[in-house]
Design a protein around this ligand. Structure first.
Ligand SMILES: Cc1cc2nc3c(=O)[nH]c(=O)nc-3n(C[C@H](O)[C@H](O)[C@H](O)COP(=O)(O)O)c2cc1C
Length: 159
């Protein structure tokens, strides 16, 4: 059985984590791409992103997904927006039925909201076994080797 990594990243932090995980696990990795991306940078992203979380928006994704039955473990990664997971993750969870899997959650944030975000994800994924969670604050500012070591340690604990 195989492992799949699915993540969304607006500004690259969550992608750093997903890329290292894909390398360490030698697994497939899908970056969720909404058909209309919110503006990056500046303050507008907070308005657009905050609104999309509050209104429970589920943007159309341009991705194609493999048969989820082929995988027994799925890593799901998201930036934290308004103490929640991002709308593209909501779209993914609606589009793909995930049951009976081992699930590991990773998130990037700027200082808060991870607990609430994971609670919400866990309740969306309640037919699965959550094997672990990990968070990072601005990993783009850290040395890659340091992040890699943290991830290796985490993977050793959960797999
Ligand atoms: C719309 C929006 C809402 C955010 N809300 C939070 C939040 O509630 N808590 C927090 O710590 N960071 C928040 N952030 C910061 C991001 O979680 C953080 O910058 C993260 O590293 C971005 O990941 P990315 O580079 O993969 O997009 C928010 C960012 C945006 C754009």
């Amino acid at each position: 059985m195989k492992t799949l990594i699915v993540f969304y990243s607006l500004e690259g932090n969550t992608k750093i984590i997903a890329d290292i995980l894909a390398e360490e696990l030698d697994s497939e990795c899908i970056e969720l791409k909404p058909d209309k991306e919110i503006p990056k940078g500046g303050f507008t992203k907070f308005l657009w992103g905050g609104k999309s979380v509050l209104f429970h928006e589920k943007p159309t994704l341009t991705n194609e997904f493999p048969d989820i039955d082929e995988y027994d473990t799925i890593f799901i990664g998201t930036p934290i927006w308004a103490s929640s997971y991002t709308p593209p993750i909501a779209s993914f969870l609606e589009k793909v039925s995930i049951r009976g899997k081992k699930i590991a959650l990773f998130a990037c944030h700027a200082g808060g909201g991870a607990e609430k975000c994971f609670e919400k994800l866990k309740s969306q994924l309640n037919d699965n076994q959550i094997i672990g969670t990990i968070t990072f604050t601005d990993p783009g500012k850290e040395e890659r080797e340091k992040i890699k070591a943290q991830l290796k340690h985490w993977l050793h604990e959960i797999t």
